[in-house]
Design a protein around this ligand. Structure first.
Ligand code: 3PG
Length: 404
């Protein structure tokens, strides 16, 4: 795969597909992580005197312009973030449509070292349909295409896949490279022991990740709601805890696979039980493998589980974490997730990788985010990557070069 660093960008129109799908509230960006993470690529291109054209989707507007999903509010934010590169009188230009006459003219008239942001790609239904005519129109805006949108790489859309068939050169941006390097190394040649921590509510969301990691990891730690389907698969009754009855067989198969592969499969050994799913629920700690009181539900892992998991985490040299240990949004059930975040952050000898929307929110809430080796900007994309799937946006970059 080519890297943006392999190309001569000087005076070229470089279209960078970024993932600016950031949370917005009343036009204000509430978390700009994805923008900040892609700045190295944008700055690199600007410094190398490229005419930088940025394109992204935002939300799911279903092929029509929706005012609340316009990328226009990002212009000022980007201007501020690029303040150290742009001159006093230089701005981030904005095209109110991502294709068409205005976009083409703005792209053509762009000066070297100047940025232009295009309006939301998904205001055209052809983007998600991966329509070749639309992809060609996007391609016509540029001399070089760079994909830095790891968070969208699991989508085979016009701006992530289709466009590569119509441009002379495509390359990966610096964020894309960083994501693929960290996640890729963990899956292909992790320093051992390799420990995967998988949490979240449902087995069905994570079973493919677990299945893939069972072939690579030395230990898998399970927390969150999904642990209760696994405990039921082991024959424990878990009161009113979340259990996916139709996934018990899948969970049993995973437990058997772990045994066959010699992977340590750690489930919580104690639990914070609550009388209702609410921040002010009455709680108690429950340990052991007997049945839970019937009217109670587990909403976090207990102190013995934390200690057990901490021990495994402390020994690891590669750690991947995806999914919280409990209902971390409620302070009464955040301890498990916070302690695990602290344990991961404490292990300075390990490469630590956190991926997936919820776990990223959890690590940020825990205050340990700056001690993690790599926090992925991909939600669905990092999940599919960990499942071992080929991401269309990544495959397209490679294939595009193969035929050249
Ligand atoms: C994400 O937030 O995971 C990406 O930006 C992809 O968004 P999507 O799920 O709407 O395709």
């Amino acid at each position: 795969k080519l890297s943006i660093r392999d190309l001569d960008l000087t005076d070229k129109r470089v279209l960078i597909r970024v993932d600016f799908n950031v949370p917005l509230k009343d036009g204000i960006i509430t978390d700009d992580t994805r923008i900040r993470e892609t700045l190295p690529t944008i700055e690199y291109a600007l410094r190398h005197k490229a005419k930088v054209i940025l394109c992204s989707h935002l939300g799911r507007p279903k092929g029509k312009p929706v005012a609340s999903m316009s990328l226009r509010p990002l212009v000022d934010h980007l201007r501020t973030r690029l303040d150290h590169i742009l001159g006093d009188d230089e701005n981030v230009a904005f095209s109110p449509d991502c294709i068409g006459v205005v976009a083409s003219e703005m792209a053509l008239n762009l000066e070297s070292g100047q940025p232009l942001l295009l309006e939301n790609l998904r205001f055209h239904s052809e983007e998600e349909a991966n329509d070749p005519v639309f992809a060609k129109k996007l391609a016509s805006l540029c001399d070089i295409y760079v994909n830095d949108a790891f968070g969208s790489a699991h989508r085979a859309h016009a701006s992530t896949e289709g466009i590569t068939h119509f441009v002379k050169q495509s390359a990966a941006g610096l964020l894309m490279e960083k994501e693929l390097t960290y996640l890729g190394k963990a899956l292909t040649e992790p320093d051992k022991p390799f420990v995967a921590i998988i949490g979240g509510a449902k087995v069905s969301d994570k079973i493919e990740v677990i299945d893939n990691l069972l072939e690579k990891a030395d230990a898998i730690i399970i927390g969150g709601g999904m642990a209760y389907t696994f405990l039921n698969a082991r024959g424990q009754r878990t009161g009113k805890s979340l259990v996916e009855i139709d996934k018990i067989d899948v969970a049993k198969a995973a437990l058997q696979k772990a045994k066959a592969m010699g992977v340590r499969f750690l489930l919580p050994v104690d639990h914070i039980l609550a009388d209702k799913f609410a921040p002010n629920a009455k709680t108690q700690v429950f340990s052991g493998d007997g049945p839970f009181p019937e009217e109670l539900m587990a909403l976090d892992i207990g102190p013995k589980s934390i200690a057990l998991f901490e021990e495994e985490i402390g020994e690891a040299r590669t750690i991947i974490w995806n999914g919280p240990m409990g209902v971390f949004e409620m302070p009464a059930f955040a301890r498990g997730t916070n302690e695990i975040a602290a344990a991961v952050a404490r292990n300075h000898d390990a490469t630590t990788i956190v991926g997936g929307g919820d776990s990223v929110a959890a690590i940020q809430q825990s205050g340990f985010a700056n001690r993690i080796t790599h926090i992925s900007t991909g939600g669905g994309a990092s999940l599919e990557f960990l499942e071992g799937k080929t991401l269309p946006g990544v495959a397209a970059l490679t294939e595009n070069q193969r035929f050249r």
